[in-house]
Design a protein around this ligand. Structure first.
Ligand SMILES: [Fe+2]
Ligand SMILES: [Fe+2]
Length: 163
């Protein structure tokens, strides 16, 4: 079970999830600097979820006695333009992660690794939900616009997450 191609890719996924966590944290920080506390709070929640995703892969590898080797994580951008651009960047990142999860699943099929397939089902569904959630926010931002009162209304709505 130790050094399969899949285990190596699962270990790399820890880094990709932490990259996402770090990206959302940077987005949160950007939102704080432009005084959008609701947006910032939404991003912080998302950052924590991505950390939890990383830990699911970490725990799965340890449970099967496979090696965990933490890889360097990427430096995220510091500023993101409008709130619409912010969520478009988030969607782009989620779509990238979805592709990675699908690749992991393909490797699990190739290696007849049934426990990994079961574990990855959760991630396949989670990615559908996350992309949908981000896409809905993008559509709402396009609807209300990214200026003035509309953005304050969105800020209040996003603040509700995690209440
Ligand atoms: Fe994730
Ligand atoms: Fe995600």
């Amino acid at each position: 079970m130790a050094n399969t191609k899949l285990n190596k890719a699962l270990n790399e996924q820890i880094k990709h999830e932490l990259d996402s966590s770090y990206l959302y944290l940077s987005m949160a920080s950007y939102c704080e600097t432009i005084n959008l506390d609701g947006f910032a709070s939404w991003m912080k929640n998302q950052s924590i979820e991505e950390y939890e995703h990383a830990m699911k892969f970490y725990n799965f590898l340890h449970e099967r006695g496979a090696e965990v080797e933490l890889l360097p994580i990427d430096k995220p951008p510091k500023s993101f333009g409008s709130t619409l651009e912010l969520f478009e960047k988030a969607l782009e990142n989620e779509q990238k992660v979805t592709k990675l999860i699908h690749k992991l699943y393909e490797a699990a099929l190739e290696e007849n690794d049934y426990p990994a397939q079961v574990m990855l089902h959760w991630f396949i569904e989670e990615q559908v939900e996350e992309e949908d959630m981000v896409r809905t926010i993008i559509e709402k931002l396009k609807m209300v616009g990214t200026q003035g009162a509309a953005i304050l209304m969105m800020d209040r709505e996003l603040a509700k997450r995690g209440e």
